[in-house]
Design a protein around this ligand. Structure first.
Ligand code: ATR
Length: 279
C-alpha cells in the first residue's frame, strides 16, 4: 500500500519539505507521497490526538503545532522530551504515536557534512536567540558534549527559562554582553530572525571573535547572511542554514519509508532554485 506522509502545521503553503521528500521518493523509486496538510491551531489537538484516522504513516510538524503534537504522543525520543516539542511523528507497529525532534540532528548533520571534525575540542558556544530553533541547537550542542552553551537573547528572561530547561552546562547572558562573550567562544550560532530578508540586520561586533571560531546562521534567505559574509571575509569557518533544513528531513524519511536518504549537491540545487536563487 502506498505510504503517505505530510508536513502539518499552519501555514504550510511555503514549506520546502514536500520538495525534499518528493526528490528522495523519486530518487529511490518508492511508491509513497508527501503532502501538505494545513492544521490550524484550533484543530491541532484533534488532528494529532486522532492521528490514526489520518491515513498517514507519519508526518512532520511545523509551527505553531510542535508542542501540541508532542503532548499528543504516546512516547517521545530524548530530543523531543528535552525540547518539549516534536517535529516528526510516526505510528509504531502497535499503533502508538511516537514523536521525535530531528531539528537538532539536522543541525549536527549539516555541520558533520560541511565542516567535518567541527566539534573536536569545542568546549564553548554562543547561541543567539531563545525560541524553538534555539532549543534544538542547544540540545544538539549539549548532546555532542560542548561544556558550556551560552544563551543570549533580546528578552533575557526567555534565555533564563531555557537555561533552567537545559541545566548546568548552559548559561544565560544579556545581549549587552555579546561583544565580550564572542571573544572567547569556539562557535557562534544565530537562531534569531535577524538578518533574514525583510527583518532588521544582526548587528554584532566580530572584532574579538577568534579566527578559528565556527559561525553558523539558521537563516537561509538570503543564503549568505551578512553575518556569514563578514565571518567568511575574516577567515572563520562558516555553515549556512539551508543544510539544517535538508538534514532534519533525513531521519524522518528513513523512519517512514525505510531508506536513509543523502543530502546531495543536486538536492541543494533543487531547493535553492525553488527559493528563487541560482545555485
Ligand atoms: P524560532 O522558532 O524560529 O526560534 P521564535 O520562537 O519566534 O522563532 O524565536 C525568535 C527569536 O528571534 C527570539 O529569540 C527573538 O527574541 P525575543 O525572545 O526577545 O523575542 C529573536 N528576535 C526576533 N526579532 C528580534 C530582534 N529584532 N532583535 C533581537 N532578537 C530578535
Amino acid at each position: 500500500m502506498k505510504r503517505r506522509a505530510a508536513i502539518t502545521g499552519f501555514p504550510v503553503a511555503h514549506s520546502r519539505s514536500p520538495l525534499i521528500h518528493g526528490h528522495w521518493l523519486a530518487e529511490h523509486g518508492i511508491e509513497g507521497s508527501y503532502e501538505k496538510i494545513a492544521v490550524p491551531p484550533d484543530a491541532a489537538q484533534a488532528f494529532y490526538g486522532d492521528f490514526r484516522e489520518s491515513g498517514l504513516v507519519g508526518c512532520n510538524v511545523t509551527v505553531p503545532n510542535k508542542e501540541v503534537a508532542a503532548a499528543a504522543c504516546d512516547e517521545l525520543d530524548d530530543a523531543a522530551r528535552a525540547m518539549g516539542a516534536a517535529n516528526t511523528l510516526w505510528l509504531d507497529d502497535a499503533g502508538r504515536l511516537i514523536g521525535a525532534n530531528t531539528d537538532g540532528l539536522g543541525f549536527l548533520g549539516n555541520l558533520d557534512q560541511t565542516l567535518p571534525g567541527w566539534d573536536n575540542g569545542l568546549s564553548h558556544a554562543v547561541v543567539l536567540g531563545a525560541g524553538g530553533a534555539a532549543r534544538a541547537v542547544i540540545w544538539a550542542l549539549l548532546s555532542r558534549g560542548v561544556k558550556t552553551v551560552v544563551i543570549v537573547n533580546r528578552t533575557y528572561q526567555k534565555a533564563a527559562d531555557l537555561q533552567v530547561r537545559f541545566g548546568t552546562d548552559s548559561v544565560a547572558r544579556h545581549w549587552e554582553d555579546l561583544e565580550e562573550l564572542v571573544g572567547k567562544t569556539g562557535m557562534l550560532v544565530n537562531t534569531t530572525s535577524l538578518g533574514m530578508s525583510g527583518q532588521p540586520p544582526l548587528e554584532i561586533d566580530l572584532r574579538n571573535l577568534p579566527e578559528s571560531a565556527i559561525v553558523t546562521d539558521l537563516v537561509y534567505v538570503p543564503l549568505e547572511t551578512p553575518l556569514l559574509a563578514r565571518a567568511r571575509a575574516r577567515g572563520n569557518p562558516v555553515a549556512d542554514g539551508l543544510g539544517m533544513l535538508m538534514h532534519q528531513a533525513v531521519p524522518a524519511f528513513e523512519r517512514w519509508f525505510g531508506v536513509r536518504p543523502r543530502v546531495t549537491e543536486e538536492l541543494r540545487a533543487l531547493v535553492l532554485a525553488d527559493l528563487g536563487r541560482a545555485p
